[in-house]
Design a protein around this ligand. Sequence first.
Ligand code: GLC
Length: 556
Amino acid sequence: MTQELTTSLATEPARPSEGHGWWRDAVIYQVYVRSFADSDGDGIGDLRGARERLPHLAGLGVDAVWLTPFYASPQADGGYDVADYRAVDPLFGTLGDADDLVRTAHELGLKVIVDVVPNHSSDQHPWFREALADRPGGAARARYHFRPGRGAHGELPPNDWESVFGGPAWTRTTGPDGTPGEWYLHLFAPQQPDLNWDSPEVRAEFDSVLRFWLDLGVDGFRIDVAHGMVKAAGLPDIGHTEQAKLIGSQVLPFFDQDGVHEIHRSWRRLLDSYPGDRIGVAEAWAPTAERLALYVRPDELHQAFNFQFLKCPWDAAAMREVIDESLAATGSVGAPTTWVLSNHDVVRHTTRYADGAGGGPERGLARARAAALLILALPGSAYLYQGEELGLPEVTELPDELRQDPAFFRTSPDGQEGQDGQDGFRDGCRVPLPWTRSGDSYGFGPGGSWLPQPEDWAELSVEAQTGDPGSTLELYREALALRRELPGLGDGSMSWLDAPAGVLALSRPGLVCTLNTLGEEVELPVPGRALLSSAPLAYQAGTVRIPPDSCAWWAI
Ligand code: GLC
């Protein structure tokens, strides 16, 4: 049945017009360096490889790239275990390569954001080695969280905190003579000891690290675990297990403590002391959109990843609710909202959206294409994860012996710590990109790829999709080109239009976006001139049939 689209209330407060920074509506492409492009044939992506492929990103039409950690690291957690914050790991190249990459990106009109990992260092960082060599209570231990154990002989961890990767968040040290000593805190892997942000040395060191990369020319930082640096005084017990399941739904004594905001404020002052708009984006897991918005108050960071939207199921009502909450929360502090569907820590959305939907991978891909058009039509900034522009699915059949995600080893029945029950390991979303139809690793590099790529990825390659009007890559290219062209997209206001159940219709200046989340087509009065659609539209006497799981943009 044909349904009317009529205007309803605007949902978003007016935006401040002054101080419009590039980041307010930037499309930022996440380069997972290890898996993007390999220049030297060791099977691992590197900075030179990434630099050579920057024209692809400029051509795609994004505004900025975010590079995941390429710093000196034993790679216990894909580089999120940093041993030297100012050095490039030889796996990824040299400092000169980093410099070249930033320059080339700027020449192409792309900004560059790099990761900073302040919650923890590597256990191979000189500071942690010194700490281990120091005595209990010694100055070198004050840069981390060392505590005596509980129990008659200190044989029990100092509190009941669990590592995000499974198992206890504490590891006991062993003295030079082999006797067990104090315990140290690691919210992630044991190779990632948490730094103590009460230590003035830690604070001063990170100021200096930020300056180092800002001086090299980067345009900002993605702040890893931005919600974790401050721990509740006294490190109190939580009182129950399965704490990882509470992340993002509760304030925990180790996450989202109010004290973190003071650190972000001081970082904002540092960023603002540099010319150009240098930004900080928080990877923060907060229980509510309101608490997340605290990270992007005017004197704090510029953006925070909107994980509430990422976690939202494929359901029109639920999506509308999260969109409204997100816009209201960030709008209340004058910050832009971010939209993100995938990253290197979650199952790729093409696969997530297929789960339990029936219809298999094609259904997931249809929804993923539609979701991309939806987020690019919403007010604010969007983050794309490498490969989503190719519609890549999660690789679900990796052999266990090739896996590298530390969470796998700490939680799988086959892993050393044997605690089963957790799925969604993070190697399957990190499989290297296919660039060409043929050749070693589909053009990822001349020497294979650190994780095997599925045999059917030739047709998903950049080469295969380029010029094919029905391809996901061309859909992204067109959407990003339109986003640049149409003043109504990006930053600004939106309002909802009435639409049948299961359909979302939103209005931006000069434009309407319709999303059909249903498994069947929906007939609507033609909203305007079709600009772009994630699936072919069919017209009939003043109405249009919107295909299942699809999204379209209309000029009005
Ligand atoms: C962040 C990163 C993730 C890493 C963790 C610990 O969540 O995105 O990849 O394992 O922090 O640094």
